[in-house]
Design a protein around this ligand. Sequence first.
Ligand code: SMG
Ligand code: MG
Length: 369
Amino acid sequence: MRLQQLELRRISLDLVTPFRTSFGVETRRDILLLHVTTDRGAGWGECVAMSEPAYSSEFVNGAQLVITEHFWPTLAAGGEIQAADVAHRLDRFSGHPMSKAALEMAVLDAQLRSQSTNLHAYFGGDRDHVPSGVSVGIFDTLDELLAQVQGYVDDGYARIKLKIEPGWDLEPVRLVRELIGPDMGLQVDANTAYGRSDIEHLCRLDEYDLLLIEQPLPEEDVLGHARLAAAARTPICLDESIVSLQTAADAIELGAAEIINIKPGRVGGYLEARRIHDMCLERGVPVWCGGMVETGIGRAANAALAALAGFTLPGDISASSRFYHRDIVTDPITIENGQVAVPTAAGLGFEIDTDFLDSITTQRTFVHV
Ligand code: SMG
Ligand code: MG
């Protein structure tokens, strides 16, 4: 394919309810979408960078700038391109995996559409449905938390993930376990809110039969996670720390990760995500697909990824309605019997609802080759 034009589009979407984590509260998402035009048709990518550099060092304004000034000119100057070339061509640039992933995603969508195939077929996942988990934020009161969890149980979600932080951990987990009973999958995510001195405290979560504890310590603290993994009975899962195939393999080898959360944006793209999956499958390490509060673009692609055999735990692939009143795709993800159907539309698996997309667009810029 030959690249012709990049459109960078910013959209604004209100969340149905504020989403609070240990690093902040989101009430509205300001999302960067990429639309790449080639000589064989066009494709969409979604950048998962948030407004602030809090979950990771990337943020949406920075992503737009690095893509416009550095990544797109480099990609466009390289001649014929396939999705599998994108990461390699951008290799000399340090960091910015979410920005790189968004470009690879758009090229991949265009490529698959031009071949009249989709990501599900491209990956070769053997399932047409994947179990759907929901991520539940931090609340001011335990009553609000329990009401929210009960709603998700009624919706049929396959497992619950609770956001935790110091002061909001043992008691919420105990009460939610009591509410949902012993058989439903329950896990927690601290988004790096604890330190090595909290290892003993975190081990007290062992009592609640959790599937895993996700990213309790800072991104760089591989040794701390290894010490915690040795001390706790509950498996330790890494999210923020895993930024590539190499960091995933090393974390496993060093005993810092017993389960891996795979997020394509965080590791530089869906193709690297697939390589991490393959490595983990070979080593018998369970993986699951994380979420970044994506629109129907990212969620469709995540569902196709999660159909691969190694994704043995439910992912953060909740229904579109978990976060949004209305999605930018015509066939948003829904949940039925705790499962999400893997999309079969061409490309990454969605069609854009153009009128609605236009109505929430706050900025459009075009860069030619
Ligand atoms: O997309 O369902 C979703 C949200 C899942 O909790 C979720 N994501 O650390 O795993 C994580 C967070 C990162 C984004 S929080 C704004
Ligand atoms: Mg996480």
